[in-house]
Design a binder for this molecule. Structure first.
Ligand code: SF4
Length: 404
């Protein structure tokens, strides 16, 4: 493995920032040499360079992976939503020869995206009807989603906010829109928790992010701020010393990181997650359950245990939302329950995420739990443990008392 040192200066002119040694894995190194032969190691580790050189055309993608008929045919469609976009770093993880490789399936468009099922929608969670102002989705009493960017560095093919990504007309999330959002939060003292989302908020420049976080911190009733992002996974180069210094200023600040598959747990990702944790940011993971990508117990156990090793606490496992053209990704709900049953008791409790369905139309997250509670009999509560064995817990109530 090669190491590269990046020194950074503090944009506020304070103390010089520590050097951040960003590893470049052998795989990424070979990839850079092959597909970006003029890029230096410093280029590769510069997040602006990564964004500028993102793969956003089938021509370029076809130079990197052997595109199949199923993948190639998509370029004939007028509009690809969300647009094709893959950072060079993330592209280095794609298998050039295997169209069924999990990571490749999650970011390379295929024909079935154009088969819409009757229950699918471009806004499956009914977020539009819960938008009191343009930047805010307000669904729960004490917390809101603050949409601050319509941009992502990588487009996931199953994205719930496909309608937002790259849509500058309908979702122009500029400073004026942010001000509306800030004013809304300020005017609602019941809001104690804000999730900054989009798009991906960490694609914003440092200055803007700093400004936004500082404005949020001025709101006295706001207790915590969370950032929802996939950046540490698809563009780890973005986690610079300067960004870490900004984040440190606004605690308590949490981060929910979108992970899909254990192949994403590279030395680069491990490095930046540890750096974020060292900066005092509690990290949680969010994973969408996807057919033939991560829908088995072994893959999910590897992912969840791997996350704990890099100090990310598994948080949510989502049933795939009913976004337009997502049937080929969707598993039966029983599959998620089977996975949770295969984890609970067989690995650390910390490695077991909560399986949820975000209820279509805006009902919020509904947790689903396997049947460990089996009812009651004359001996008390009947419980089934992780091995399927039955136990009783006598909580002092008789059936007669309960019937009363
Ligand atoms: S990172 Fe999140 S918001 Fe961005 S494309 Fe993927 S799922 Fe959508």
């Amino acid at each position: 493995m090669e190491q590269i040192s990046e020194s950074a200066s503090d944009e506020a002119g304070l103390k010089p920032l520590p050097k951040l040694t960003v590893p470049i894995s052998e795989r990424a190194h070979r990839f850079r040499k092959c597909y970006f032969p003029h890029a230096t190691q410093a280029d590769w580790n510069d997040w602006h360079w990564q964004i500028k050189h993102s793969i956003d055309s089938f021509e370029r993608l076809g130079e990197i992976i052997k595109l199949t008929e199923n993948e190639l045919s998509v370029q004939n469609y007028l509009k690809i939503t969300p647009p094709l976009k893959i950072t060079p770093y993330y592209a280095s993880l794609l298998d050039p020869d295997d169209p069924l490789q999990p990571i490749r399936r999650s970011v390379v468009p295929v024909k079935p995206e154009y088969n819409y099922s009757p229950f699918e929608a471009d806004d499956p969670l009914g977020e539009e009807k819960h938008r009191p102002v343009r930047a805010i989705v307000h669904r729960y009493p004490d917390r809101v989603l603050f949409l601050v960017s319509n941009w992502c560095s990588v487009s996931c093919r199953y994205c719930t906010r496909s309608r937002v990504i790259g849509n500058n007309k309908r979702y122009k999330l500029d400073l004026a829109v942010w001000e509306e959002g800030l004013a809304y939060i300020k005017a609602n003292p019941n809001i104690r928790d804000v999730v900054i989302s989009g798009g991906d908020p960490l694609t914003l420049p440092d200055l803007k992010l700093d400004w936004l976080l500082s404005r949020l911190r001025l709101i006295p009733h706001l207790e915590i701020v969370r950032i929802g992002t996939k950046i540490p996974v698809v563009l780890p180069q973005r986690i610079t010393p300067s960004l870490l210094r900004i984040l440190k200023r606004y605690h308590p600040l949490y981060m929910s990181i979108h992970f899909t598959h254990p192949d994403e747990l590279t030395p680069e990702v491990s490095h930046v997650c540890k750096a974020l944790a060292d900066a005092g940011v509690p990290l949680g993971s969010q994973t969408v359950l996807l057919k033939d990508i991560n829908d088995n117990v072994d893959t999910m156990r590897h992912l969840m245990q791997g996350l704990l090793k890099i100090r990310v606490r598994p948080y949510y496992l989502y049933q795939c939302d009913q976004i337009l053209g997502s049937s080929h990704f969707r598993t039966p709900v029983a599959k998620g329950l089977e996975i949770i049953e295969g984890l609970r008791g067989f690995t650390s409790g910390y490695a077991v995420p909560t399986f949820v369905i975000d209820a279509p139309g805006g009902g919020g997250k509904v947790p689903l739990i396997p049947d460990y509670y089996q009812g009651r009999d004359e001996n008390g509560v009947v419980l089934k443990n992780f091995q399927g064995l039955t136990y009783h817990y006598n909580d002092g109530l008789t059936l007669k008392e309960i019937a009363r």
